[in-house]
Design a protein around this ligand. Sequence first.
Ligand SMILES: Nc1ncnc2c1ncn2[C@@H]1O[C@H](COP(=O)(O)OP(=O)(O)O)[C@@H](O)[C@H]1O
Ligand SMILES: [Mg+2]
Length: 565
Amino acid sequence: MAVFWPRLIIAAILMTIEGAALGALAYLIQPLFDDLFSASNMVGVGWVALAIAGVFGLRAVAGFGQRLIVVSIGLKVTTSLQSRLLQHLLSLDLAYFRSTPPGALIERVRGDTLALQGLAATTVMSLGRDTITFASLLTVMLINDWRWTLLALIGLPLLVLPMLGLQRYIRATTAASREAAARLSTQLDEIFHGIQSIKLNRLERHETGRFDGEVRHFLREALRAQRGLAANPALIDLIAAAGFVAVLYYGGAQIIAGEKSVGQFMSFFTALALIFDPLRRLSNIAGQVQAGVASLARLYEVLEARATILPPTTPQKLQTGDIRFEDVHFSYGDTAVLNGLSFTAALGKTTAIVGPSGAGKTTIFGLLTRLVDADQGRITIGGQPVDGLELDGLRDGVAMVGQETALFDATIAENIRLGRLDATPDAVRAAADAASVTEFADAMPLGLDTPVGPRGSALSGGQRQRVTIARAMLKAAPILLLDEPTSALDARSEQLVQEALTRLSAGRTTLVIAHRLSTIRDADLIVVIDRGRVIEQGTHAELMAMNGAYARLEALQSAGLMPLL
Ligand SMILES: Nc1ncnc2c1ncn2[C@@H]1O[C@H](COP(=O)(O)OP(=O)(O)O)[C@@H](O)[C@H]1O
Ligand SMILES: [Mg+2]
């Protein structure tokens, strides 16, 4: 902020010039009528005309300059605020993003900062320029006749109470309209992300209808807010009318009686006519500040959110070793997900996790990487609890191929490089080779430089998955987490990827969540979980001998029934 002071001072000087110009204009009217017109002094009239032209020229330059300065400062502050907001948002827990829709966040980072900037710029301009204009015109009025001035403006104090009421109304309605804007953005975001199911289920009309409903809601709220903002100037106009009438009667009588000159009256009337315009804007400042406060409050809500998953005060370095879950409990709100989960994934070995959908398998990966923290129990790597480790080190030590689309709107190569930003092009290509990415990429005209489209939409599900596998290959972390890595693949790609994964998992501590027994069979340990706890564990042979849940699954899959446990 401090860097803006010199420019703000220049802006203030320019505003003073701009504001004083109108005072000078009103002041010049009096000699025009009293001394020059009556004396038929055309040369004098010419000089006054020149002076008025000069005043307006100066006003134009000053107005242009100060507007430019104020708006550019506003833009700089807003854009840096946007960057700061994003930086802060990225430090927050995953849970925050799960509970706040992306559209609403976008609306805060973009919409609220822009609303704030627009209001701040007009407020600063108004405060500077309009106060000076008001003061200069008031001076001209007082020079002419203080009684007239009093008469003209006596109604102003009457406005204080209604305006105070309006402030509260404006603040509330603006907050509601910003909230409605956030809902609009949320809905748009969901529509565009869900475009495929919308088309397939022919929901276009339904979605448009839903959107129309939200638009109407937004419109209602926005209009209410604008009504509040528009009421201020209207109040001023009422007072203005009363002022004009009073001065016209009282002053007119004085002129007819010969006590005052026409020039004085014209000069005063010009000043009076001009003074209500800045006054109207000044009266709006309080309203605009209230509207700004509504946006600011929403931004503060974001800035005040705090991450709960933090690095420990004395963080340990990640050591390689067994991964151990000991009596881990975890719930999302009231929904218990893990209920005393215990198992050990041995160093350098592959551990498969099998269980029905919703059993808590993916949650295990979230806990291990500290996307979420356990409510109870211990999770350790090499004997060290994960919440005692450096957070960066922990995340560096884990490569994950997840279920969620993890591609960004960039090229295939750039998406792979996200695994290790400083990787050489050769290393990227090697990873692409190993994950069978080159196999399909080389058939594309641009090869690895082919753009993948928003969220990878230009690739097939299997291709996307192979790109994320290549990314994990490039990351070459000691711990590998695979969440149904071959679920999106056809039989042939599955085989290719399976081979790639076998190469990748060699020597790394690997946890793989899988449904297909072909993926699981060779694992060093198979952990079967159900409703958040381990119900069976052992090698394939041991579990078959046990003749329990796993054996039943095997029987069904061998019969070609492919149940997803
Ligand atoms: N962000 C969330 N908020 C609330 N509940 C969740 C969330 N993520 C997952 N769950 C619930 O936790 C349970 C386990 O989820 P998950 O670990 O993804 O299961 P899966 O074994 O299919 O991978 C599910 O019942 C799911 O509804
Ligand atoms: Mg899952």
